[in-house]
Design a protein around this ligand. Structure first.
Ligand code: ZN
Length: 193
């Protein structure tokens, strides 16, 4: 499973809108290889997710996984999930906004606060083209929004409202980690994820 190069902010590919896949395209060996490579690349870079557009493939595929993650040790686990042609929609009467401190494998050494919905319905296909329809909550919902934004050419820096929240990783650890982790604990207690 070869590792793919990850595009960095400033590369125009990150601003493209990825196109939907047909089932036939999804099942093609080259696309299945792409998915395997994305999983390997995400794990190697210690990311919580990766969109195909970040590895220069402008198709609507994202992978998400949180295990024991050195980059995000406070995150509750998310099993490996492959999202193909995903769509997110609000769930009436549920959820609120959560100010999530985000980073991105395409934005070196920067974190910032992004308001995200805490409850969303996600309809997508799995890697075999089977439809999946589920409700995602808490930090998992935040991660889905970050990855699906990539498919539309949006980076987390575009969504930072409080620009004074921008921080290097080092100073995030030093000044912002503790209050954020306390808020994450409340979120996880509420939603279980
Ligand atoms: Zn990202």
């Amino acid at each position: 499973m070869p590792l793919r190069k990850i595009a960095q902010i400033g590369h125009p590919v990150l601003r493209e809108k990825a196109r939907a896949l047909t089932r036939e395209e999804l099942l093609a060996p080259a696309t299945q290889q792409l998915i395997d490579d994305m999983i390997a690349t995400m794990r190697d870079a210690q990311g919580a997710g990766l969109a195909a557009i970040q590895v220069y493939e402008t198709v609507r595929i994202a992978v998400v996984e949180v295990g024991q993650n050195a980059r995000y040790p406070y995150k509750p686990p998310i099993p490996l999930t492959i999202l193909v042609n995903p769509e997110l929609n609000p769930v009436a009467g549920e959820g609120e906004l959560f100010d999530n401190y985000e980073g991105c494998l395409s934005v070196p050494d920067l974190r910032g606060l992004v308001p995200r919905q805490t409850v969303l319905r996600c309809r997508s296909w799995d890697r075999h083209g089977n439809p999946v329809d589920r409700v995602v909550k808490g930090l998992e919902a935040c991660t889905y929004q970050h990855e699906i934004d990539h498919l539309d050419g949006t980076l987390f820096v575009d969504r930072v409202v409080d620009r004074q929240s921008f921080s290097t990783w080092k100073d995030w650890e030093r000044f912002h980690r503790e209050p954020f982790v306390a808020r994450v604990k409340e979120l996880v207690a509420k939603y279980g994820s």
